[in-house]
Design a protein around this ligand. Structure first.
Ligand code: SF4
Length: 362
């Protein structure tokens, strides 16, 4: 295989972002929020990688760090063989043409005082593109996202939520990017509109060869659009796999809990839902060892003492950060088949797997 052809479009290495906490009246000034703590992943050209996890897990911060909309505390982001962290501000501005973002809220991400034409031609002027043909290019972009060119003179308030998100996508496409970070792009939309926008994004990916980092908490949408999935918990990736492998055989207990919350399409059908106890710990003072141990139904003494590395299983391309994932995976299928009620699955798994559970206060 040609190693140059196989090189990923994006490689993120040990990315860290710590936000300093403001000094309180009696507080110390050296506290930090561990928003992102040692993130590493790769993305091939034309692929979609989903970053999923509960709110506050650091997935949106990670997306902004990749685009250098936020400066990282440490770590490296290689894009197309270039270290973005070492680029000067002017070089980064030029590079930004290849790296765009679609925001969550189509209502606030568009300037209410600008017409659609002004919104779409602003990035063209900024990057010196389509000189003398701005209007034609704006009409072309609208057509690309399924909107009629006669909308060019309208303002954002004249559109529905789905139409506004299409305009947001058209704005991102104006500079012909290669990578788009999509930060919860459909979570503010009605379910029926969500499907239309996701289908549009897939169609654009095929036509334009785009790569996406798709940030979401809705795993049903992730299952539809992504090729790979990274599950984040408290600033770290706890499981990474291709979509098929992750949804068929989730290995980390946190991923298992997230997947058990996906609604089933059949009327009346329900999962044996794994309900996690307790809240997400404070990111200013994350737990030692495995960060999930304060909520994990399988936690043992070792979990509070030793950080589990994200270990790849080269055969299946599936990585997981858990000391006991093999035992959990072995225990899971039998217990799953016999559970008669929500959370019985959890109890059965605990009984099958845990002789000495770690005592944890909820
Ligand atoms: Fe649970 Fe321990 Fe695995 Fe962490 S390492 S997920 S606490 S079993």
């Amino acid at each position: 295989m040609n190693p140059v052809a196989a090189a990923p479009l994006l490689r993120v290495e040990n990315l860290v972002k710590h936000f300093p906490v403001e000094k309180g009246l009696f507080g110390r000034g050296d506290a930090v929020v561990h928003a992102v703590d040692g993130l590493s992943f790769e993305l091939a050209a034309g692929d979609t990688m989903a970053l999923v996890g509960e709110s506050g897990c650091g997935k949106s911060t990670a997306g902004r760090l990749v685009l250098r909309l936020l400066e990282a505390t440490s770590g490296t982001v290689w894009f197309d063989g270039e270290d973005l962290m070492r680029l000067s501000p002017s070089a980064m501005r030029a590079r930004r043409r290849s790296l765009q973002m679609i925001f969550q809220d189509p209502y606030s991400s568009l300037n209410p005082r600008m017409t659609v034409e002004q919104t779409l031609t602003e990035p063209l002027a900024l990057h010196g593109l389509a000189r003398g043909k701005h209007r034609e290019r704006a009409a072309e972009l609208l057509d690309l996202v399924g909107l009629a060119p006669q909308y060019l003179q309208r303002y954002p308030h004249e559109f529905s939520g789905g139409q506004r998100q299409r305009i947001g996508i058209a704005r991102a496409l104006a500079v012909e990017p290669r990578l788009i970070v999509c930060d919860e792009p459909v979570s503010a939309l009605d379910v029926s509109i969500q499907a239309q926008v996701v289908n549009l994004m897939q169609d654009l990916q095929r036509r334009l060869g785009l790569s996406y980092i798709f940030i979401a908490h809705d795993l049903a949408v992730v299952k539809h659009i992504s090729s790979h999935v990274a599950v984040m918990y408290l600033g770290q990736i706890v499981e990474y796999a291709d979509k098929k492998s992750l949804f068929a055989q989730p290995r980390h207990p946190y991923t298992q809990a997230l997947l058990s919350a996906i609604p089933l399409p059949e009327p009346g059908a329900r999962h044996d839902r794994v309900v996690l106890q307790g809240d997400v710990p404070n990111p200013i003072n994350p737990p030692t060892g495995c960060r999930f141990h304060t909520r994990c139904p399988y936690a043992q003494t070792r979990c509070a003492e030793e950080v589990p590395a994200l270990t790849p299983d080269h055969e299946k391309g599936h990585s997981v950060a858990c000391h006991f994932w093999r035992d959990i995976a072995v225990a899971a299928p039998a217990a799953l088949n016999t559970s008669p009620a929500p959370n019985a699955r959890l109890q059965a798994l605990q009984a099958a797997f845990l002789p000495r559970p770690l005592a944890v206060s909820a």
